[in-house]
Ligand binder design. Structure first.
Ligand code: ZN
Length: 217
């Protein structure tokens, strides 16, 4: 499912309980997270719907490199010829998407959380067991990243993975006006219903920038 303008210039693609985002900035587009392999067709449709040729895609940024965020990254890299950026602490799992240390034993998850079975089934159907690792990537540094569409600030938030990051528009960015409460979600935009993570705590944003922050699970 594709939803335009979940915030100003930010569009969401959902597939198998996993989210990815397009960030438009002038004639450039950044893809935030790569979902699962089945998201490829929806990505093409989403770009078409916002009138963006693949040539407008300048970067792919991964909030972290779990397999449900890595799905089409290698394909985007090869088909579009754009760099994939990931924090260096997630470089290993970006290369080997099934070798990370799991927070909890995966085989027990459906037993402990039976309501997750449909989620796991949908993710498997969307290619969760067929994600290709990256052979090449660029490391994502923390701090201002004005080379990326949206002029974000990258914040390292290790925990879910060692290289987990969130990105938020720089507060000094005047290219876009700050969203009003009615126009923007008043919490972090989470990027998946990853089965091994707890939902984010809901709380009001402390600043207009925070309300457009991309985190993930
Ligand atoms: Zn994850």
């Amino acid at each position: 499912m594709f939803t335009k303008n979940v915030a100003d210039g930010i569009h969401r693609i959902q597939n198998a309980y996993v989210n990815a985002y397009l960030v438009e900035d002038g004639d450039r587009v950044a893809i935030i997270d790569a979902g699962l392999p089945a998201m490829w067709a929806e990505l093409q449709s989403a770009l078409s719907e916002i009138g963006a040729r693949p040539g407008r895609v300048s970067h792919m940024v991964l909030t972290h490199a779990h397999f449900d965020h890595l799905g089409v990254a290698a394909k985007v890299q090869s088909e579009y010829g754009v760099p994939v950026l990931v924090h260096r602490s997630d470089a290993y799992i970006a290369t080997h998407p099934y070798r990370y240390k799991h927070e909890k034993p995966r085989f027990l998850y459906p037993v402990r959380y039976p309501k997750a079975v449909p989620v796991l089934f949908a993710m498997t159907k969307a290619g969760a067991l067929k994600v290709k690792g990256l052979e090449d990537m660029r490391y994502l540094d923390t701090g201002p990243a004005d080379y990326l569409p949206g002029n974000p600030e990258i914040i390292h938030t290790p925990g879910h993975t060692a290289g987990h990051v969130v990105r938020t528009p720089a507060c000094t960015n005047t290219a876009r006006s700050a969203p009003t409460p009615a126009a923007a979600p008043r919490r972090h935009a989470t990027n998946s219903s990853h089965p091994s993570a707890e939902p984010p705590a809901k709380r009001p944003p402390s600043s207009p920038c925070e309300s457009r922050c991309f985190g993930s699970l």
